[in-house]
Design a protein around this ligand. Structure first.
Ligand code: 7PM
Length: 274
């Protein structure tokens, strides 16, 4: 399957690794905006060297339970980074649900929109449709502030797949070509550990949607709940979960630890292609 991201075409016959680049103020130094900018640029180049096939740039507006970041603050954080990465060899994705940020980021060079809100904000469908950018439609239940309070599903796999199917249809209707739409069950977004495990166990069901499947499990609390480890100690669990997701059909894995995930996937590829 081919996936079109702006001027890039990704061949998904082999799984792809999306490296996470957070652009957040550094709480340990008072170096101001330039510090978070230069850290993000440096981190992005490191992830490419480590083998990332794409990068996801986020100004931390979509994190579960995170304080809302203003539109201007988000623009001020992410635009210089996207501009600073112009010309790199891999597509850059912008992690946002805000149409203004989508448009500005694409103008600045982003080739993909990663929207945890699945383009449900007013004007979001149009912001992507008007460009050649790809989109990842993600499922969540509830709002980032409240979603972990009372997650509830009759059948989590069926409900999440139905939602993604509906949002795909709406996106296609709005003029976004199928060849540039990916879907994501949204691990941890309004899901209990049991829901997350049911989704991972049943991930193959999402192949029926006919869109590339993106999975984000890296360092998530579901891994902490199983291993008892804190967020900085979840590398092995993250790599294992990414491998399991790919074995169950994920075409793209969104990860912090690119180097280790790329190595693990090389082993999987060698076995599968032998
Ligand atoms: C705290 C909790 C900080 C959770 C950050 C997170 C996904 C995503 C995120 C995902 C897609 C993280 C998450 N997760 N976008 N953005 N899929 N498409 O671990 O699973 O980065 S935020």
């Amino acid at each position: 399957m081919l996936f079109h991201c702006g001027s890039f075409t990704l061949d998904l016959s082999r799984p792809k690794v999306m490296g996470i680049v957070n652009v957040t103020p550094d709480s340990f130094s008072d170096g101001g905006r330039y510090d978070s900018f230069s850290n993000a640029i440096e981190h992005a180049h490191q992830l490419i060297e480590d083998g990332a096939d794409m990068l996801d740039i986020g100004g931390e507006s979509t994190r579960p339970g995170a304080a809302a970041v203003s539109e201007q603050e988000e623009l001020d954080r992410v635009l210089p980074v996207i501009e600073g990465l112009r010309g790199i060899a891999v597509p850059v994705s912008i992690d946002t649900w805000k149409p203004v940020v989508m448009r500005a980021a694409i103008r600045a060079g982003a080739s993909m929109v990663n929207d945890v809100n699945a383009l449900q904000a007013e004007g979001a469908l149009q912001a992507v449709a008007a460009t050649g950018a790809a989109v990842c439609l993600m499922h969540k239940q509830g709002t980032p502030q409240s979603m972990q309070q009372q997650p509830d599903y009759a059948d989590v796999v069926v409900e999440v797949a139905d939602f993604l199917k509906r949002r795909m249809a709406v996106a296609v209707e709005a003029g976004i070509g199928r060849e540039r739409i990916a879907v994501d069950p949204g691990f941890g977004f309004g899901k209990t550990l049991a829901h997350n495990l049911a989704l991972l166990r049943g991930l193959e069901a999402f192949s029926a949607l006919g869109a590339p499947l993106l999975a984000g499990v890296s360092r998530k609390s579901m891994l902490g709940a199983i291993t008892g480890r804190g967020v900085t100690e979840r590398l092995a669990a993250s790599v294992a979960a990414a491998m399991l997701a790919v074995q169950r059909g994920a075409a793209i894995v969104r990860v912090h630890d690119v180097r280790e995930t790329v190595d693990a996937l090389k082993i999987l590829n060698a076995v599968n292609e032998g």
